[in-house]
Each structure stands twice: as C-alpha cells, then as structure tokens.
Write a protein that binds this ligand. Structure first.
Ligand code: SAH
Ligand code: SF4
Ligand code: F3S
Length: 436
C-alpha cells in the first residue's frame, strides 16, 4: 500500500506531515512517487488565508480521478481547513473518505481502518483529546537528514483579530521538556545536527507548565551532538530579556530570529490586538541586537488590514527601513470567517492592497540588495544540507543560503566558507575549512 501527502501552510504543518509519514510507515504503508500511484492520498491543509482554501478544492477535484483507476483508493483531508470546516467540507467535496485535524493525528490508523471498511471516517473534535500526547510515540520521516523540526508547542492563546489559528489549533499546550529532549536525542542519533523548535508562539513555551522558554533553549543545546538550534515563531510579546540573553549566551543558538511585526502603525496594531506598540517592537529588536552579536531578522507583514490608511502603511515601511530585515513575508489581508476583523468596517479594496504590496516589495528589494552586499568577502559557517548540480548547499548561522563547489562527503559537515559573490537569496562561496 502506498501513500501520497500534499502539504500546505506553515512549518508546523510540514512537521505534522513528517509525523503522519511516520504513522503510515509504522502500519506498513510506503511512500508513492506520485499521487497517481497512491492507495491513500492525504491533503494536509492550511486555512490562514483564502487562497490556500481554494487550492485544496482544486486539488481534490484532480485527485478524484484516482478513484476511477483504483476504486479502493482513499482520499483524506487533515490539518487546519479540516478543523475549521468539519462536516461542511465533506458536503462540499463528497470524494473525501477520511478527515481529522492536528488534534487527533494519532488516531489515523483507526480512521484508515474505518474508511477501508467503507465508512466515512470523519473525526473532527471540538477540543484536543486527553490522549493527544500519544502522537509523540511515532517517529517522523524527514527528507532533510541533518536539520530537523521538532514541534514543542501546539495551539495559540493570543487572539489576533485576523487569525484563524487559535480556532484551528486550539489553546496553547506546551510539550513536556522530557518528551522534547527524548526526540532531540533520537534525532541526533539519526545524524541530525540542527534542531528547529516549532510552535505558533514558540516563545510562550512553558507558560502552561511553569517553565521559561530559555530553559528549553539551554536544555536542547546541551544535548551532545546538537550543533545548531533555531526556533519559530517568536511572538514579540513573549520575547523577554532572559530569552535574548540566552540566545546570546548559548553558542548553539543561531543568531537569527523570525519576529512577525504585522504592521507599523500603533492604531492598526491595536485593532489587530497584537499586544505591543511599534516602539515596543523596536525596543525588542534593539535588545536582541545588544545581546546577540550579529543577529539578523525576518518578519511577517499584513498589508491592507481593515481601515489601513496610506499613513498607517507608511509606518509599516518605516519599520522595514529601521530594522532592515533580511526577509519579509508579506501578505494581503484576507478576511477569515469567524474572526473579529472579518466584520470590521473599512475593508481595504484589493487594488489598494496590491499597490501597497508592490511598494513594500520594491522597498524591501533595495534593502536586501544592500544587505547582500555587506556579506561580500565575509567568512561564514555553513551546515552542508544537500548537493545540487555539483554544488554543495547549506545555510549560514544567520539563515542565509550559501553554495560552493565541493564533494559529497562534506554533506552534513560544518564548514567555513568565504563569500565570493553575494546575491539577495544566495551566496556563492569558496570552501576555506572543514570544521567537523
Ligand atoms: N503565530 C505567528 C503567525 C502565524 S500565521 C505570529 O503570531 O506571528 C503566519 C502569518 O500569516 C502571520 O504572521 C500573518 O502575517 C499571516 N496571516 C495570518 N492571518 C492572516 C490573514 N487573515 N490575512 C493575511 N495574512 C494573515
Ligand atoms: Fe495567529 Fe496571533 Fe496566534 Fe500568531 S499569535 S497564531 S497571528 S492568533
Ligand atoms: Fe495554516 Fe494552520 Fe499553519 S492555518 S499557517 S497550517 S497553523
């Protein structure tokens, strides 16, 4: 029996898919090369904006053809759209045989059995079940041998007025420290050298179990064999001075942080209920720069939130100029059903969002070109992750892609390189030294 998984959305969803692969392989499924040869197709969905929703329906339309060739084949939908839509999704897309969400991935083996017996196996729960920690007993199946995601927290207790995540992923639940460390040790034994801790609000980890997030950083970095630690996504509100200090102090923690600002106008930040002002955000950036030498930043921005004026938008651009992020993920505001911003007065027309977005991208292009130049001729540490067209590819500690000519035996090694030609999204380098 073969499976095929199509994943949309964030890194947590990708990590969920890696876990689902582990579950499926533990009950005898093997990966299929394409959906056409699968006996089970799963769409792990995202519903953060309207576009990903539409993609799911168009994929389902395509995958329907599988049943003509293979009538016993099963089609399943999991992830955030499944959680948000529930039964309604099956009414819209009757081709779906099984459905579950991030709450009950561990029940997948039973759901498959039910679906194979000819029942619609729909298990969308109101709340995460008591036994959801059973999930951690399954391994993940990863494509990247050397860098691994580890989900340490589920859900989100913030209530940003535009966002569906608290509804699709539930309240904040921190994974127990020992459970995280056990997985980290297993990953290291499997050859992993970089650990990327994941949570929708990862800096809030521990709040519900009486531990501070920096404790997790120290303990993960202490595991022998862990060379690098990253984490996503930090929320500015939970980013404390102790976390910044820990980031600067722990050699394994990479000097890079993804810290979504969303908007630069205090009026819009209040409407979004983000819980910080532009000034507070910028103070956190300064604090990180103070404690973490050479830190680089990336961010998320929403363009065209209800009532956003040109002046508000200009405040967002000003934050980009001030911070000089290395990467800005910008999104046009997309109204999501059952969120407070959905019914706010003053929705911004799409043309306005488009033109503001173009302005933002133009500004960021210039900033990134200058940042890229500043890396020219510098020495960087790279963890070699893959080889492509005769070149080795990896990321620097600051999370920039680097490539250089080299042999495959260097895969998985930390090396020192010099940047020969620095482009916005890639740096061509030469090898100086193998660090180990
Ligand atoms: N927990 C993270 C964000 C997770 S969602 C945080 O608080 O920063 C990933 C990104 O999608 C968000 O940072 C935001 O920029 C964007 N996003 C979320 N809801 C959106 C919406 N309704 N419209 C447009 N972008 C949205
Ligand atoms: Fe959504 Fe806000 Fe939670 Fe991030 S912090 S997941 S944007 S509600
Ligand atoms: Fe999307 Fe769910 Fe992630 S809505 S962004 S897959 S948490």
């Amino acid at each position: 029996m073969k499976y095929y998984i199509k994943t949309f959305g964030c890194q947590m969803n990708f990590n969920d898919s890696e876990r689902i692969r582990g579950i499926l392989q533990s009950i005898g499924y093997e990966p299929a090369q394409s959906w056409e040869e699968a006996d089970l197709i799963l769409l792990n969905t995202c519903t953060i904006r309207e576009k990903p929703d539409q993609k799911v329906y168009s994929h389902l339309g395509e995958y329907k053809k599988l049943k003509e060739k293979n009538p016993r084949a099963l089609i399943g939908v999991c992830g955030c759209l499944a959680q948000r839509m529930g039964q309604e999704l099956v009414q819209k897309a009757p081709v779906v045989d099984l459905m579950f969400s991030s709450y009950n991935m561990h029940q997948l083996p039973e759901l498959i059995q039910q679906a194979q017996a000819g029942y619609k196996a729909i298990a969308i729960l109101e709340e995460p079940p008591q036994d959801e920690d059973q999930l951690w007993e399954y391994p993940t199946v990863r494509d990247n041998q050397f860098c691994a995601y580890v989900t340490v927290m589920k859900g989100c207790d913030k209530n940003c007025t535009y966002c569906v995540v608290p509804k699709t992923r539930g309240r904040q639940r921190s994974r127990a420290l020992q459970s995280v460390l056990k997985e980290v040790k297993e990953l290291v034994a499997d050859g992993v050298r970089e650990i990327h801790l994941l949570g929708q609000n990862v800096t809030a980890w521990g709040q519900d179990i009486g531990l501070p997030f920096e404790e997790l950083l120290y303990r993960v970095a202490e595991v022998p064999g862990v060379e690098r630690v990253r984490f996503t996504t930090g929320h500015p509100r939970d980013l404390t001075e102790s976390i910044a200090k820990a980031m600067g102090e722990i050699p394994q923690v990479c000097p890079h942080i993804h810290l979504p600002v969303q908007a630069g106008s205090n009026r819009i930040l209040t409407l979004m209920d983000r819980g910080y002002t532009r000034e507070e955000y910028l103070e956190k950036i300064d604090m990180l720069r103070y404690y973490v030498k050479g830190i680089s930043f990336s961010t998320d921005v929403i363009v065209g939130f209800p009532t956003e004026t040109e002046e508000d938008f200009e405040d967002t651009l000003e934050v980009l100029r001030r911070v000089r992020f290395e990467q800005v993920f910008s999104f046009k505001y997309s109204p999501r059903p059952d969120t407070p911003a959905y019914s706010m007065q003053g929705q911004v027309p799409d043309e306005v969002k488009t033109s503001r977005m173009a302005k933002l991208l133009e500004l960021q292009k210039g900033i990134l070109a200058e940042i890229a130049l500043s890396y020219q001729n510098t020495e960087q540490e790279v963890l070699v992750e893959s080889s492509e067209g005769g070149k080795l590819v990896g990321r620097t500690r600051g999370n920039r892609w680097a490539s250089f000519p080299g042999e495959e035996h260097l895969l998985g090694k930390l090396v020192k390189v010099r940047v020969v030609k620095s482009r916005p999204f890639n740096m061509e380098c030469e090898l100086l030294q193998v660090l180990g």
